[in-house]
Design a protein around this ligand. Structure first.
Ligand SMILES: N[C@@H](CCC(=O)N[C@@H](CS)C(=O)NCC(=O)O)C(=O)O
Length: 232
């Protein structure tokens, strides 16, 4: 058993699961990774997260903690470090939480919309929405990074984790649609940030390879579009 008795219920392609794993890596915490089978839910998952029945769940001792961003905050509070994952100033914390919520509630759903779109017009509208979101996030990056590598400054922090976990899916979306979303001319800060984020020691072993993720994306896309529905 690992020293801190930590388990993560998850699956390697899940961006939300990645948030928990990156946070544990930042704090150099060992954990057992319990991989859920795609398309089914283990008894442990159902009893650990009876409300949402979703991954990730962090189990600390015998206590389950659900919801990826709640998990990130929990890890940061239980194992404090310098710098912390959450910004130290209340205003910076509020700003980071604001953008994380924007990413989960607006930006990523728009990216899923690209895959789900059946008609070309709907696909173009979703791409446009994602690009507009990236322009907003570029602006947020310029303001919060203050010329440093990450949203949080010199080291990866809360907003880096909240957004960076979607980079694998962003690359897959680019590849499957023959488009460039993170553009060096339109979003130069984010393009550089993405390279640094993926190369970071806390991230590189949990960021899935684009090719491998693309295989999962094909299955999910078919599900989103309704299996067998004619694609327009
Ligand atoms: N808001 C949740 C989202 C988690 C989530 O959507 N997880 C997906 C895997 S990527 C899941 O468990 N899906 C199974 C389901 O929806 O039944 C979080 O941040 O943890």
């Amino acid at each position: 058993m690992a020293k801190n008795d930590l388990k993560v219920l998850g699956a390697w392609p899940s961006p939300y699961v990645m948030r928990a794993r990156i946070s544990l890596n930042i704090k150099s915490l060992d954990y057992e990774f319990l991989e859920e089978t795609f398309g089914s839910k283990s008894q442990l998952l159902l009893q650990s997260n009876p409300v949402h029945k979703k991954i990730p769940v962090l189990i600390h001792g015998d206590k389950p903690i659900c919801e990826s961003l709640v998990i990130v905050e929990y890890i940061d509070e239980v194992w404090p470090s310098s710098p912390s994952i959450l910004p130290s100033h209340p205003y910076d914390r509020a700003t980071a939480r604001f953008w994380a919520s924007y990413i989960d509630e607006k930006w990523f759903p728009a990216m899923k919309g690209i895959a789900a779109a059946q008609a070309e017009e709907a696909r173009k509208a979703a791409i446009e929405q994602v690009a507009e979101g990236l322009a907003l996030l570029e602006d947020a990056f310029q303001k919060t990074s203050k010329g440093k590598d990450f949203f949080s400054g010199d080291k990866i922090g809360y907003l880096d984790i909240a957004f960076g976990c979607f980079l694998g899916w962003l690359r897959v979306t680019e590849k499957m649609n023959g488009i460039k979303l993170l553009d060096e001319t339109k979003t130069p800060g984010l393009a550089k940030w993405a390279h640094k984020f993926c190369a970071d020691a806390a991230v590189k072993d949990v960021m899935p390879e684009t090719e491998k993720l693309a295989e999962v994306a094909k299955i999910i896309t078919a599900k989103l579009r309704g299996a067998g529905a004619p694609s327009k």
